[in-house]
Design a protein around this ligand. Structure first.
Ligand code: GLA
Length: 386
């Protein structure tokens, strides 16, 4: 997908040229997993795979959304935002627009076409790109005056309230705020952020797509949130100033281990350690110390596998295989868990051999063709000149 293709698709669908073309990328996360809703740090970046939108205003109040990859059109004649059971992809757009209206933003009809080259179901946040990208489009078309951060927050609310997934803010934030060749550290407590150059010309960021998405992903995700919150409630009895796991150091937690059910303790331990790892990772990045960064990524995987327990055998296998290869500096499962991609830091010259070996061993073990995506860090959501 590119701007010419989406422009052509739009023109063919609606009989006139679009007013606006917008690119909204998918995201990776270098480190800082399951820390966003615990008000810790994350270190994501936007990638060179994106959803492309073409759009124009309408004279009436209707929404016409054309999902080019599916060949499906969704129409709401009066611009109502009602949850859709069938064309469920439309909920990502309807949700954020409905939240924007609640905040008093006024807009009427929209013709929209979108198409994507973000692999679906791979955990690269195509749904977040659709939500925040859709809001960006309507903001531009109707000059609503929304800041980038406001559109991110509305997108998260759309997902939480309308779609029903209690995700944190990271995915939408990364899609909107990404910067070429940079990752961005977000403090999920006060939403302050800082860019870090990913300055490693001899290293490629590589995603290995496990090709699986186990059931119960969303319910397990919501359970982890609840377990983290239970940990906070119990720890507050020792220190009432604790608002979230961000306020809990690994040492404080160890001192109060006995006060928590064992499972809750392990969840909290992972989160407290992971928040500290993000800080260490930023120091490593600033020092161009990719070896330490890679080591921290392996530690994150261990925590996600054994303490937070959101990995799965396929992703553990991919990380274990990567560990055997000395040209891989670090690897871990990425995103919410239970499937999707692993993220790997690999020396450029070893890449072809790595891909071949991983594909052979994965095929042999699981009978699945492993898709491997080298990715570049790209700009966040932006309008693209027609
Ligand atoms: C999903 C959620 C994010 C974040 C990650 C885990 O991608 O949408 O908000 O919690 O899982 O880090």
């Amino acid at each position: 997908m590119d701007k010419y293709t989406i422009q052509q698709i739009f023109t063919k669908t609606y009989g006139h040229a679009p007013k606006l073309v917008v690119r909204a990328p998918g995201r990776i996360n270098l480190i800082g997993e399951h820390t966003d809703y615990n008000f810790g740090y994350v270190l994501p970046g936007a990638i060179n795979k994106a959803i492309w939108f073409a759009a124009s205003r309408r004279d009436d109040a209707a929404f016409h959304f054309f999902a080019a990859d599916l060949g499906e059109i969704f129409v709401s004649e009066n611009g109502e935002t009602v949850f859709q059971k069938e064309k469920s992809w439309a909920n990502y757009l309807l949700g954020v627009l409905s939240e924007a209206r609640k905040d008093g933003y006024n807009f009427s009809g929209v013709n929209l076409a979108f198409g994507s080259d973000i692999p679906l179901g791979a955990g690269l946040s195509s749904s977040a790109a659709l939500e925040s990208g859709g809001m960006f489009v309507v903001n531009e078309l109707y000059n609503l005056g929304l800041s980038r951060m406001e559109s991110v927050k509305l997108a998260q609310r759309g997902e939480n309230e309308f779609v029903g997934m209690k995700c944190g803010i990271m995915d939408m934030f990364a899609s909107v705020f990404g910067k070429e060749n940079h990752v961005v550290r977000l403090d999920c407590r006060n939403l302050e952020y800082a860019y870090f150059p990913f300055d490693a010309p001899d290293i490629t960021l590589v995603l290995c797509d496990s090709g699986v998405k186990h059931a119960l992903v969303d319910s397990e995700y919501n359970t982890r949130r609840a377990e983290s919150e239970e940990g906070v409630r119990l720890l507050q009895t020792f220190d009432p100033s604790i608002q979230s796991l961000r306020d809990v150091s690994p040492t404080f937690l160890a001192e109060h281990e006995k006060a928590l059910p064992p499972v809750v303790y392990r969840r909290c331990k992972y989160v407290a350690e992971e928040i500290s790892r993000v800080e260490q990772a930023c120091v490593a990045l600033a020092n161009h110390d990719m070896k330490t960064l890679g080591q921290l990524m392996y530690e994150t995987h261990d925590g996600l596998q054994h303490d937070y327990q959101v990995s799965c055998p396929e992703m553990d296998f991919l990380v274990d295989e990567a560990r055997k290869d000395s040209s891989v500096l670090g690897a871990r499962m990425m995103g919410g868990g239970f499937g999707g991609c692993t993220i790997n830091l690999i020396k450029n010259d070893a890449l072809p051999a790595f891909i071949a070996e991983m594909q052979t061993s994965y095929q042999h073990k699981y009978g699945i063709e492993l898709k491997v995506y080298p990715v570049q860090l790209a700009n966040g959501t932006e309008t693209v000149d027609g």
